[in-house]
Design a protein around this ligand. Structure first.
Ligand code: FES
Length: 119
């Protein structure tokens, strides 16, 4: 990834990336959970145990909205079939039917008083 010193935009090979603000830091607290749609990315910002996580907002099992999920410590449980994922790594921890892929976890970027991501 390269930064254009004039525009401040980031480039990866052949592709322009930019910073998307998700939330002001002052609005975050434990139990915070909010979904975002940016281009084709369905995202969910979650704060749990003082840590902030950015994950995909649809369950990789059968696409249930994870805005309805339960947070249990560092685990997220999808209510539809009770699959569980590690919030920090996205790893599938428990499955009640066939296994599915891990949850996508996105890198958070902090800029001044805001948090967001590069896409
Ligand atoms: S859709 Fe989430 S566990 Fe099945």
């Amino acid at each position: 990834m390269f930064m254009n010193a004039v525009s401040g935009s980031f480039y990866s090979i052949g592709r322009l990336m930019r910073f998307y603000t998700l939330e002001r830091l002052i609005n975050l607290h434990d139990g915070y959970k909010k979904t975002f749609k940016i281009d084709h990315h369905n995202l969910m910002l979650v704060q749990q145990g003082g840590e902030l996580f950015l994950i995909e907002s649809l369950c990789p099992h059968r696409g249930h909205p994870l805005s309805e999920s339960d947070l249990e410590g560092d685990k997220l449980r999808c209510p539809l079939h009770n699959y569980q994922f590690d919030l920090a790594t996205g790893d599938l921890i428990a499955a009640t039917e066939e296994p599915c892929r891990n949850l996508k976890v996105y890198e958070l970027i902090y800029q001044e008083k805001e948090v967001g991501l590069m896409l």
